[in-house]
Design a protein around this ligand. Structure first.
Ligand code: ADP
Length: 259
């Protein structure tokens, strides 16, 4: 149960965590989890201690992206111990529920699980905790923005117009709850032909960039549409660890550098 003051929850820190960064998108499938994971791995590559918290209770993707599974162990004082791979600590609803069990929970149980993921994890001392948010602006987003002392939010968007409109909705939500927006990551923004290296801006060029400027937001990076990103993620070895010297990895590490 959150501590309250004057009818409003008090914003809390997560024990052992210095900076909390939310990675958010207004709709699913735009590459938010891929950005979350490669951002955390990029931070780790830059010498920071990083963790990822997956609060997408209904579609957790962090276990698969980190090639991790199994139930977390419980610490002596009853907290969940994170699972680690590639030097990054992770916690996800996916570890607590078997993948074959669909989550058909009532709101109260969902909120209880969320409280546990937010405040009952025994993180090692972390420089950064990247929180992979569910898409949209629902209850989980509201709870997190009201209860957590967040340093900033990164918004992921593809260049298509619909995604842009939704991304803008997300922006106004964060403004309302006084969470600084660190900037926008434009994902799947162009395609580089593997044969002739021509850059195709298949969804039109720089729509997200223009939109970002309109709202005074920084563009933290543009990630190309590339099958390696998808293939390596499917293998549980995201591109920043699979091919750390590649320009693709660089496009994510660049985002990490700006955090
Ligand atoms: P979200 O978290 O927004 O639902 P995901 O990160 O799960 O999106 O990505 C959705 C799908 O798109 C995944 O299969 C992922 O591997 C793929 N994907 C994400 N970013 C890229 C990219 N830049 N190029 C190619 N495939 C990508």
């Amino acid at each position: 149960v959150p501590r309250m003051s004057k009818g409003l929850p008090i914003k809390q820190r997560i024990p052992n965590v210095k900076r909390i960064v939310l990675v958010s998108s207004a709709k699913g499938g735009v590459g938010k989890s891929t950005v979350s994971v490669n951002l955390a791995l990029g931070l780790s590559k830059l010498g920071k201690k990083a963790g990822v918290l997956d609060v997408d209770l209904f579609g957790p993707s962090i276990p698969k992206l980190f090639n991790l599974s199994g139930e977390p162990r419980i610490s002596d004082n009853g907290k969940l111990l994170p699972l680690s791979n590639y030097g990054v600590e992770t916690m996800s609803m996916g570890y607590l529920i078997a993948p074959e069990n669909p989550v058909v929970w009532r709101g109260l149980m969902v909120m209880k699980a969320l409280q546990q993921l937010l405040f009952e994890v025994a993180w090692s001392p972390l420089d950064y905790l990247v929180i992979d948010m569910p898409p949209g602006t629902g209850d989980t987003q509201l709870t997190i923005s009201q209860q957590l002392k967040v340093n900033g939010a990164v918004i992921v968007s593809t260049p298509q117009d619909i995604a842009l409109i939704d991304a803008v909705k997300g922006i106004s939500m964060f403004n309302k709850v006084h969470i600084p927006i660190l900037g926008l990551v434009q994902n799947m923004s162009y395609f580089v032909c593997p044969n002739c290296h021509h850059e195709s801006h298949i969804f039109g060029s720089d729509g997200a960039k223009r939109e970002a400027e309109k709202y005074g937001l920084q563009v933290l990076g543009s990630i190309p549409l590339n099958e390696q990103i998808c293939l390596q993620s499917d293998k549980g070895k995201p591109i920043v660890v699979a091919d750390p010297q590649s320009p693709l990895a660089d496009s994510y590490i660049e985002v990490a550098r700006k955090n």
